[in-house]
Ligand binder design. Structure first.
Ligand code: BES
Ligand code: ZN
Length: 454
């Protein structure tokens, strides 16, 4: 390992410069105007894999391209599938960024750019670690397959199909994903649970144009009021989702998990302070960690209706819409809640408006068994790179395709987050600690060796 670590130390600056190149490409998957940039980012990743000696291809799909790469074959060695994504979230509100989102810069030891932590910076650690092995040892101790997609932030539709159609090609012994967070700065974590998700848009159509609220108010249904009623009816006072049967399949937290979560050095006050809120809120009977990691939720992600300009404008808006999402936990499935959700919305709809529920995307959650030899290998690699043994955590976010990969390839996933909770993923001023980037590369390089030893 000595030569590899020296190589990583020597190449620190070069790795950072290459990450900056990828960060400069505005690969926002949700924005159709950015399709060219999505293509450029996929090509960049594929070229990079090829440049370090991998077989690599860009697979055209009906959505955004998928990059697939393979390292030179090592007979008899285990095969690891690295999954990551090169697409990023939209940047708005742009005015809150201190430096432009696609002009990466370092301030106070952090790389600021959209995609720095989610997921370009984290994903590339597994590419640079392979480069370090190949350049300094001339070989890798494992077979690596790379599956890097451009649609994670919009639900991974094309990738789910690709995985189902290519199970032989993707066959592996374990899956490695770095698209989450450490437990805290310098405290590494192995994440054994992810939440699933179900996203919808609810559109309420009222009059065929905005109307004078004096002439019409009180005599017809206001779509914004109708939408508010629906949204209010979806969630109870204490945060309980009101969709019938919603909790039926929820795997409850075990006593052991609750104890382990309670023992984690989690500073609730600091967590809420960094989010800029004064207090916690959520389902009664659960701690903040339990709520965000292991309980399902309902959220409004966007709400649009009526006059948004300065001053007052007395209208009944013609239309109102909301983007909403449910975070799901094992064993809930987006398909199972779909009908009950649509029925409830219909029941809550006021007369005189047309209510449409548009399904967007969904994915189930995931729980990874902790007794696998790959978890032991990962623990050793993390302890080596961070100087501290990892803690076992779950995450509240979703990485839609991981459950599909786990099921289709019958392989366990190692979720090794190099980021921090306050990296501002999806927010303005997204950032990634330079130190976390390097620790990620070192941990990844060690991981290949630990997996080869199993
Ligand atoms: N990197 C996140 C997943 C994540 C978030 C892991 C928080 C751990 C903690 C990922 O890129 C993401 O944001 N996923 C989306 C998926 C959705 C759009 C289908 C998410 O969770 O909202
Ligand atoms: Zn991500």
């Amino acid at each position: 390992m000595g030569a590899i670590e020296t190589y990583v130390d020597e190449k620190c600056e070069a790795f950072l410069e290459e990450l900056f190149e990828l960060l400069r490409i505005p690969s926002v998957s949700a924005d159709p105007d950015r399709a060219g940039d999505i293509g450029a980012a996929g090509q960049w990743v594929s070229d990079k894999l090829a440049a370090i000696g991998m077989k690599s291809e860009v697979v055209v799909t009906k959505g955004h391209p998928i990059v697939y790469g393979e390292s030179p074959k090592v007979e008899g060695a285990p095969t690891v599938l690295v999954y990551g994504h090169y697409d990023v979230q939209p940047v708005d509100p742009l005015e809150l960024w201190i430096s432009p989102p696609f002009e990466p810069e370092i301030r106070e030891g952090r790389i600021f750019a959209r995609g720095a932590t989610d997921d370009k910076g984290q994903m590339l650690t597994h590419v640079f670690s392979a480069q370090a092995w190949l350049q300094s040892e001339g070989r890798l101790p494992v077979n690596l397959k790379y599956l890097i997609e451009g649609e994670e932030e919009v639900g991974s539709a094309a990738l789910s199909d690709f995985v189902a159609e290519n199970t032989e090609k993707l066959a592996c012994d374990c899956i490695v994903v770095s698209d989450s967070a450490q437990f805290g700065p310098g405290q590494p974590a192995i994440t054994y649970g992810l939440r699933g998700i179900a996203c919808y848009e609810i559109v309420v159509q009222g009059p065929n144009r905005d109307l004078h609220s004096g002439s019409f108010g009180g005599s017809i249904t206001n779509p914004a009021v109708a939408l508010s009623r629906i949204l209010n009816g979806l969630v109870g006072e204490g945060g309980q989702v009101q969709v019938p049967g919603f909790y039926d399949d929820v795997v409850p937290l075990t006593e052991l998990e609750r104890r382990q979560m309670a023992e984690l050095p989690f500073d609730e006050k600091q967590y809420f302070r960094q989010a800029g809120v004064s207090d916690s809120w959520g389902e009664a009977g659960y701690t903040a960690l339990e709520r965000r990691w292991a309980r399902p939720t309902f959220d409004i992600n966007g709400l649009t209706s009526g006059y948004q300009g300065t001053g007052a404008k007395t209208i009944i808006p013609g239309r109102a819409s909301a983007k909403i999402s449910f975070r799901l936990v094992p064993n809930q499935s987006p398909e199972t809640i779909d009908k009950a959700f649509r029925d409830l919305v219909e029941k809550l709809a006021m007369p005189g408006v047309k209510v449409e529920v548009r399904g967007m995307h969904g994915a189930p959650g995931l729980l990874v068994p902790l007794d696998s030899p790959y978890v032991v290998a990962a623990s050793k690699a993390l302890e080596h790179a961070f100087g501290k043994a990892p803690v076992m955590t779950r995450e509240g976010g979703s990485i839609p395709v991981v459950a599909t990969l786990h099921r289709q390839l019958k392989a366990d996933a190692l979720l090794l987050g190099w980021g921090q909770d306050d990296d501002n993923a999806h927010s303005p001023n997204e950032r990634f600690l330079v130190e976390d980037f390097y620790r990620g590369i070192r941990a990844s390089a060690r991981l290949w060796e630990e997996i080869a030893r199993i």
